[in-house]
Design a protein around this ligand. Structure first.
Ligand code: GDP
Ligand code: MG
Length: 154
């Protein structure tokens, strides 16, 4: 699919990110970059939701550890919108293993180990669409216009 300003990605601050007090920082980075927040909620995710969200990892060695970690406390689930939101969002997060993440990325600035890597971000447009539909009802997503849009995009 061609990139558009309407591309959406699912970003989630994990329970360790909430406990570490970086919710505001994660939001700030996406706002500062020029992305538009179109949905946000805090919840303690039920197991069934996490099983769907992480279905690609079912059967892996870390699967149960991962579900216990993400279900251990509230998360902040968000949808961010803008040009290349998925790929730029992944760059802003850094590598899965924070030890391999560049400083300046969220994981590279706040994490040390893979099992406490602060944030989730969709890895493709297909994943983003699937994840957004899983975590948000259509009426929980807002449509609004950035007043700064002409200064963010040429
Ligand atoms: P992501 O797309 O960068 O989040 O990485 P993956 O899709 O490969 O893995 C999903 C999540 O599972 C990661 O963000 C980690 O929280 C966790 N994870 C992945 N690999 C491991 C591992 O080897 N050990 C542990 N404890 N957690 C892992
Ligand atoms: Mg992934």
């Amino acid at each position: 699919m061609a990139s558009t300003k309407n591309e959406r990605t699912f970003i989630m601050v994990k329970p360790d990110g909430v406990q570490r007090g970086v919710v505001g920082d994660v939001i700030h980075r996406f706002e500062q970059r020029g992305y538009k927040l179109v949905a946000l909620k805090m919840l303690q995710a039920p197991r069934a939701l996490l099983e769907s969200h992480y279905e690609e990892h079912k059967g892996k060695k870390f699967y149960e550890i991962l579900l216990a970690y993400i279900g251990s406390g509230p998360v902040v689930a968000m949808v961010w919108e803008g040009l290349n939101a998925v790929s730029v969002g992944r760059k802003m997060l850094g590598a899965t293993d924070p030890a391999k993440s560049e400083p300046g990325t969220i994981r590279g600035d706040f994490g040390i180990v893979t099992g406490r890597n602060i944030v989730h971000g969709s890895d493709s447009e297909t994943s983003a669409q699937r994840e957004i539909a899983l975590w948000f009802k259509p009426d929980e997503i807002s449509q609004w216009t950035h007043t700064a849009e002409q200064w963010i995009y040429e």
